[in-house]
Design a protein around this ligand. Sequence first.
Ligand SMILES: N[C@@H](CCC(=O)N[C@@H](CS)C(=O)NCC(=O)O)C(=O)O
Length: 223
Amino acid sequence: MLTLWGRPTSGRTQKVLWTLAEIGMEFNFILASATMGPGGHVSKGNQPFGVVDSAEYRAKNPNGRVPTIDDDGFVLWESNSIVRYLAMQYAPDLLYGNDIKTFASASRWLDWENNELLPPQHELAMHLIRLPENQRDPKAVDHACKLFHKSLRIMDEQLTRTRFICGERFTYGDIALGLRVHRWYLFNLASPPVPHVERWYAEIKTRPAFHKWTADPANHLEG
Ligand SMILES: N[C@@H](CCC(=O)N[C@@H](CS)C(=O)NCC(=O)O)C(=O)O
């Protein structure tokens, strides 16, 4: 059976959890982190889940980061690569229509999420939730909001033309963006008007797989 190391509050782990839920795969989930634990972030004095500093884990993932998977002896780290591996190995029809151009298009949005949405959203999580209040910086929040708004507008423009981010079918690209947009709306910040993103988000939220790990606000707002 596949084993996943990570934590549900990690956006990168969430990409893998949602993908596994779409595929409908059983797996072992081992909670692992150097920065967060059951009580929240270590900066508030909480104990981390650990595991990532052990020699056994470092032999699998020398970065000591999450997520990592072990699929019957095949070990893989880097969240985007894990999502692409799972899609190709277990659900090419469901996650990219078994079509190379659709695969590449979804891969592009997955990388875009990593490059454009993740960095400002990480800043927001730190300065709104995870850091102790006296270490939070409202300027960092403002700056991150501006960057996130710019990306939301880019998504909105794409979604004026297509039902999902890569066209008329759901792909693994929608998983990465869906997770970030869900977290964004849970932060309850002022948003630019993005009616096509809202229409798409409403549809994404009807997927049963979204409800398995991603929907729960605790996985986004606890820290
Ligand atoms: N590029 C790597 C980055 C991995 C990474 O930085 N993961 C974060 C969680 S989202 C992490 O391990 N944080 C420290 C920890 O939880 O110990 C990936 O996408 O998998």
